[in-house]
Design a protein around this ligand. Sequence first.
Ligand SMILES: [Zn+2]
Length: 287
Amino acid sequence: MRLALLLAAAINAAMRTATPSVAPVGPLAGPAVSKAKRLVIVDAGHGGPDNGMHGPIGGKFKILEKDITLSVSKRLAHTLEERGMDVVMTRTTDTLIALSDRGRIANQRKGDLFISIHVNAANPGWKDPGGARGFETYFLAEAKTEDAKRVAQMENDVVRFETSNGPAPSDDALGFILNDMAQNEHLRESSDLAELIQERLGKFHPGPSRGVKQAGFRVLVTAYMPAVLVEIGFGTNPAEAAYINSAAGQEKISNAVADAAVAYLARYERRRGSAGAGATATVARKQ
Ligand SMILES: [Zn+2]
């Protein structure tokens, strides 16, 4: 855990020297956020020995989820910086970060938002697995459908690559956090953000919107902030795999997610401003 945090700090320091923040020129294109800079944690799913999904089914080329998530996350980070946000990435290279450490990095850096990027895979048992397409955004809560459970199990599966450097959150811990008042506050916020992301992606994405869903993602459990996980498309479908693997597709997807984050933060600021100082008392964490 400590090593991972040090690593994250080192990565972040390296990132800041390697890719200096781009100061916004003139007024921001999206809705204005408050003067205090907001920090978005961008989490590229998988990495290192954990390739994530691979695809497509029957395609003449091969993609690995970990490569796509890193590329889209880097573009997302860059766009957010252009929009005046601070950004911390949980990884900037092909390396494995434990699911629980991704949330810890987010908390330690005091992120305002946590966005995890992933690629979906069809269940081989489906009637036409290669035909499944579309994008969906998750927030942390108990899975409501078998399909949401499938995606959570797939994304949680990385724990088998992780060396034991601390107890993984048990299902009891998940239950506790879901019942936690502060986290419930974040559930509503996370669901709002997820809606905005789906709406923005729906404007151009060639696949169908599969909607906002909820499931018990371990990567979201430990992040004490509004947190979402975006499945940007099905890497098992040849056309969609090609799209999410293309520079143009990745640019559009990362811009849409950045737009949603900026719009969400602006809306959040307005709500907080109109609710007055008393509103902050409701997010006091239950002991
Ligand atoms: Zn994934």
